[in-house]
Design a protein around this ligand. Structure first.
Ligand code: GL7
Length: 807
């Protein structure tokens, strides 16, 4: 499109939709008009893409995820369509700032954290690699809560992301399906002797899909992310006459559960899980039937991925659709189901491995429960004589009056993967060891990855431009090419350019901090960043202990030689997680104490930015010097902010946990600060049960002073929270070994303080991190899933092979 064409189109859309001329339009009208234009451009490609998949009968993957966290799409759609610069300069010609329009868009925050964001990075990468893949999830009316701080406490407000409408989605009523919940089901014997389930008193709800185009990076591909929203079917309307009655149905897709990594034992949550699973499976089978192929070919055309346990009901639901609705026999249907499905485990934290009480399953999804019972019965019989009774009992899906969703997912699929090497190894050796004994061939690792397009090209243009200058722009298509930067390790001019780019982003963040919090920070200070959900295992508290250590040191010795540091936090706590909320309060109170103490001469500052989300991450990550990845070894399955921060030149301080291990391997020991217990040492403590935090406290005077600060009034206004934290660390023996790792952590921090002073030395480390971040491209990750697990091929490869053209 030429500039003139873009202007003409915008003018027309403003007139048609808003009765406004360009000159009179504000950012909101301009954003929606531009969004409409982008959609029109991508719709043509979208139509071609799915037509092509259909006519070529390409095998497609459906990625089932209860969370997607795409963030804003305006700039990323422009970038992927290859018109970002044209549109930006065209708008500038008419005195419109693209950044201002981008601010209008609400973050699509239909996820809690890493898990949901990973799903969205994958959507971007699947399309960008030309892979036939679709997302399947829930269109929540309210996304993850909006966080504010009032007197240092977290306050949760509703996130009304749909208030102004969502410009990217298309409501496809014609593709709606009915989902049946509740009621009771009994088996009836037919004349031919077969048993058939008969359902009574069921509630039928309508699942209406809203599709969003997932635009591939400059390759003409547009895939589909399908999100389901609940409605009352017209035939059922008379049953719900009052608004309150209607709400009992409509609330099904009203809110995202803000329970990051914690099981939420709620009836609505279970109904949500079944709702999007059932709608997704039904629509896939409807599509497959259009192909007119025999059932045994289903796994040659369809792969369905279970992202974490939330969609584990894919197993019984696919069985239900094949057996009950299409008359396949059980063995045949089971064979197909296992071949079609695959599962990713995202955590070893016991509280996040879902288990649903059987009585609840019986209420919400009675037929599904019956099918699970049959799966369980056959599982136990099939393994008799092959494995020990104990092993069979420990691994069956039904135990202790509960349905173990991970067991269901593993038994009913052909692949189980972890999300980083160490995590996958732990699954095999400990967490899912029993299953590894039974199905060794099903286990594999797929280390997480990130979409460099969003996290570098879009979020950090100054750095991206410097990289272009140094190594050409091939890395934009092939992130592995970032490796070429290693040639500049000793090139002072290049290192200085990268440093200057960082400074631009630090200044931008400093302005944002001033504007939103009133805190003044200097861009000459080290920006030390910890951004992730607030969770005890992630140890934000250990970071705070270090801050308090510095606080006391500077108080004692105001002339102390220390590189000024700004500690930046971003984190939401699950509303019901009181301990996490107490840590937020404590950080905010320490921040207030430190930032207002003139005697510290700005040597340290503490900033807790509220409402951490994808858009805020895009502001913080490019400005970071130090990346805090300090979870207790073994607890963080992978982490992905660790990858985004290294890509932007932050140097990591880390435990050997999750993908930090692979980051260390990629950058080498000189370019990362590793400290703390290893996963083996952690498990040794578990085994020997000889950890005593009290002993460490008793023997370490400095640590005593720091911990006492929580209860002796040094940190103001945390009477309750301070005591809770103090008790967690001492009375309850410090579950996540903060005191054990603290000393090592401090030493690593002191090294950072030293190294940062030598700016070329630091820059070299930073460069090594950028250069090796290409190893963590989600493009490579999804290619590995495509090859090893889903057996799907890029559309280009397929069409070339078949000798047809890709229209
Ligand atoms: C998580 C893990 O905690 C995190 O380490 C991982 O990077 C992410 C994506 O694989 O998945 N598991 C989980 O339940 N949540 C995560 O972020 C919420």
């Amino acid at each position: 499109m030429t500039k003139e064409e873009i202007k003409k189109e915008l003018r027309q859309r403003l007139r048609d939709t808003y009765a406004l001329e360009l000159e009179d339009a504000g950012p909101v009208e301009l954003f929606y008009s531009l969004g409409g234009l982008i959609k029109a451009i991508s719709n043509e490609k979208w139509h071609k893409t799915w037509k092509n998949y259909l006519t070529e009968e390409q095998k497609q993957v459906y990625y089932f995820s209860i969370e997607f966290l795409p963030g804003k799409l305006l700039k990323s759609n422009l970038l992927n369509l290859g018109i970002l610069n044209e549109v930006r300069t065209t708008l500038a010609d008419i005195d419109v700032d693209l950044e201002e329009l981008a601010e209008v868009e609400k973050d699509m925050a239909l996820g809690n954290g890493g898990l949901g964001r990973l799903a969205s990075c994958f959507m971007d990468s699947i399309a960008s690699c030309g892979l036939p893949g679709n997302g399947n999830g829930i269109r929540y009316d309210y996304g993850l809560f909006k966080q504010q701080f009032v007197d240092g406490y977290q306050v949760e407000l509703p996130d009304e992301w749909l208030k102004r409408g969502n410009v990217w989605e298309i409501r496809r009523e014609s593709k709606a399906c009915d989902v049946k919940l509740f009621g009771n089901v009994y088996m009836k014997r037919l004349a031919n002797g077969k048993l058939q389930p008969v359902a009574e008193n069921q509630t039928t709800v309508r699942a209406v899909p809203y599709d969003t185009g997932m635009i591939g990076y400059q390759n003409g591909i547009v895939n589909t992310m399908r999100l389901w929203s609940v409605e009352i079917p017209i035939s059922e309307e008379a049953k719900y006459q009052s608004l309150d009655e209607r709400r009992t149905v409509e609330d099904l897709t009203a809110v995202l559960y803000p329970d990051d990594s914690q099981e939420s034992g709620r009836l609505v949550r279970l109904a949500q899980e079944y709702f999007f699973v059932s709608a997704g499976i039904q629509s896939i089978i409807r599509y497959y039937k259009k192909l007119n192929l025999p059932w045994h070919s289903l796994s040659e055309k369809i792969a369905i991925h279970i992202n974490d346990t939330h969609p584990a009901m894919c197993v019984p639901e696919l069985m239900r659709v094949l057996v009950d609705e299409n008359g396949l026999n059980w063995e045949f249907a089971w064979d197909i189901t296992v071949k079609v499905l695959s599962y990713t485990n995202h955590t070893i934290m016991a509280e996040a491995l879902e288990k649903w009480p059987i009585y609840l399953m019986k209420i919400v999804v009675p037929r599904i429960y019956q099918i699970i019972e049959e799966i369980d019965r056959r599982y136990v019989t099939t393994l008799q004589g092959i494995h020990s009774q104990d092993l069979i009992q420990r691994t069956r899906p039904l135990q202790n009056d509960q349905v173990y969703m991970a067991h269901l997912a593993i038994i009913g699929s052909h692949s189980t993967n972890g999300v980083a090497k160490i995590h996958s190894d732990l699954l095999k050796s400990i967490v899912l060891h029993d299953f590894y004994v039974i199905y060794p061939e099903r286990f594999n690792n797929k280390t997480n990855g990130i979409a460099e397009r969003r996290w570098l090209q879009l979020a950090n243009e100054p750095l991206a431009n410097v990289i272009d200058e140094l190594i050409t722009d091939s890395w934009r298509k092939t992130p592995q090419d970032l490796k070429l930067l290693m040639n500049y390790q000793n090139d002072e001019a290049a290192l200085t350019k990268i440093r200057e780019a960082k400074l631009v982003k630090k200044e931008e963040l400093a302005n944002y901090i001033l504007k939103t919090t009133g805190i003044e920070v200097s861009s000459n200070a080290i920006f030390d960043v910890q951004i992730k959900r607030l969770h005890a295992y992630k140890r934000q508290l250990m970071n705070l202990l270090h801050i308090l250590k510095l606080y006391f040191e500077i108080k004692d010795n105001p002339e102390m030689d220390i590189t000024p540091r700004v500690f930046i936090f971003g984190a939401k706590a699950a509303p019901s997680y009181t301990y996490a909320k107490s840590i937020i309060k404590a950080i905010n109170e320490v921040a207030n104490m430190v930032n207002t103490d003139r005697s510290l001469q700005d040597k340290i500052k503490v900033v807790f930015l509220p409402n951490y989300n994808v858009s805020l991450a895009e502001k913080i990550i490019p400005a970071a010097d130090v990346s805090e990845q300090i979870s207790l070894a073994s607890k963080e399955a992978s982490g992905t902010s660790n990858m985004k921060l290294m890509l932007n030149g932050a140097v990591t301080i880390a435990t050997l946990d999750g993908a930090n291990v692979e980051i260390r391997d990629a950058v080498g020991d000189d370019n990362i600060y590793i400290f703390g217990l290893t996963e083996k040492e952690v498990y040794d403590y578990y085994e020997k049960q000889d950890y005593s935090s009290q002993k460490i406290y008793d023997e370490d005077e400095n640590l005593r002073r720091i911990l006492d600060a929580f209860v002796d009034g040094t940190i103001p206004n945390i009477e309750f929270e301070g005591q809770e934290i103090y008790d967690a660390l001492l009375k309850f023996n410090d579950e996540y070994f903060l005191l054990r790792d603290f000393h090592d952590y401090v030493k690593a921090q002191e090294q950072i303080n030293q190294d940062y002073k030598d700016s070329m030395l630091w820059q070299k480390k930073s460069l090594a991190n950028i250069a090796n971040a290409g190893n963590f491209s989600a493009d490579d990750t999804v290619k590995a899933y495509a090859e090893d697990i889903w057996q799907i091929e890029p559309i280009f490869a397929h069409t070339e092979k078949e000798g047809t053209t890709n229209g």
